[in-house]
Write a protein that binds this ligand. Structure first.
Ligand code: F6P
Length: 256
């Protein structure tokens, strides 16, 4: 039955690649909504994909969230001869708990991978004025150059409502999530079912365009509850490697 299960997952991976229009899908067994250990399996798969994507020079931009925190947990030394490994935070504080913030995850990944890191010390939501003055800070400007030139981008995807609440968004925005039918969130962008960006958090960090210039983009998101979000995100999302779980995969294929 183990063999049968594996070939079943391989089959689903192929189907998902077609349905979502991405070149590679990796599905781990189980549903992370039900069992926390499934996140570690996705984390391990993520580390493998990062390893596969490595070249001579590597700038690896990472976002936050509990799934990427699990990937950091599963990280191991990646350094080989002549390989430069620089990890950068793709976003500043996005109102997440410390252990789930991009900076924490970035530093931990770099330490375990035996690479270097640069963190983004900027707060969550920024006013226009602070945004522009912070962008002129040389230290921030330098990190942003790395983010814009990332060779590998690793990010999570969340359900829009869950993320709006988790970031303590105001009533107005929560209403907009409903009226504009936002279903997905990734790196501070909110998407509707057609993959259109309906809102973007004004903060310093990874921008939508950056995803199309990277050598590889790895999205890590699972759980039945994220099926709709994953589907929506990939409507217009960049070609990526998607690492997900059986819970999300089954639901996406059912919706389709
Ligand atoms: O807040 C960072 C972030 O990567 C979001 O962009 C994403 O929606 C979320 O975390 C995913 O979090 P989790 O892995 O905990 O579901």
């Amino acid at each position: 039955t183990v063999m049968k299960n594996i070939s079943g997952l391989k089959n689903m991976e192929k189907q998902l690649e077609e349905v979502l229009g991405v070149s590679k899908v990796v599905i781990v067994s189980g549903d992370s909504d039900q069992y926390a250990t499934v996140k570690n399996e996705m984390g391990l798969a993520c580390v493998k994909e990062i390893e596969r994507a490595l070249g001579a020079d590597n700038i690896i931009a990472v976002t936050g969230g509990s799934t990427l925190a699990a990937a950091a947990e599963m990280m191991h030394p990646l350094r080989r001869t002549h390989q430069d490994l620089l990890f950068v935070s793709a976003r500043g504080g996005l109102g997440e708990k410390v252990e789930n913030q991009a900076n924490t995850i970035c530093a931990k990944m770099a330490e375990k991978a035996e690479g270097r890191y640069h963190l983004l010390h900027v707060p969550d939501q920024l006013s226009d004025d602070s945004y522009h003055s912070l962008m002129e800070e040389p230290s921030i400007h330098r990190v942003m150059q790395h983010v814009h030139h990332a060779t590998i981008i690793v990010h999570g995807i969340g359900d829009a409502k869950t993320m709006a609440i988790r970031r303590h968004s105001g009533e107005d925005f929560l209403k907009r999530v409903d009226t504009e039918h936002a279903v997905a969130e990734a790196f501070g962008y909110f998407f509707d079912q057609t993959g259109r960006v309906i809102h973007k958090v004004q903060t310093i960090g990874l921008q939508w365009e950056d995803l199309f210039g990277a050598r590889s983009v790895i999205a890590v998101a699972g759980g039945k509850s994220k099926a709709e979000a994953i589907q929506a995100y990939f409507k217009k999302g960049p070609d990526s490697v998607l690492i997900t779980d059986e819970g999300a995969a089954q639901q996406i294929l059912k919706n389709f």
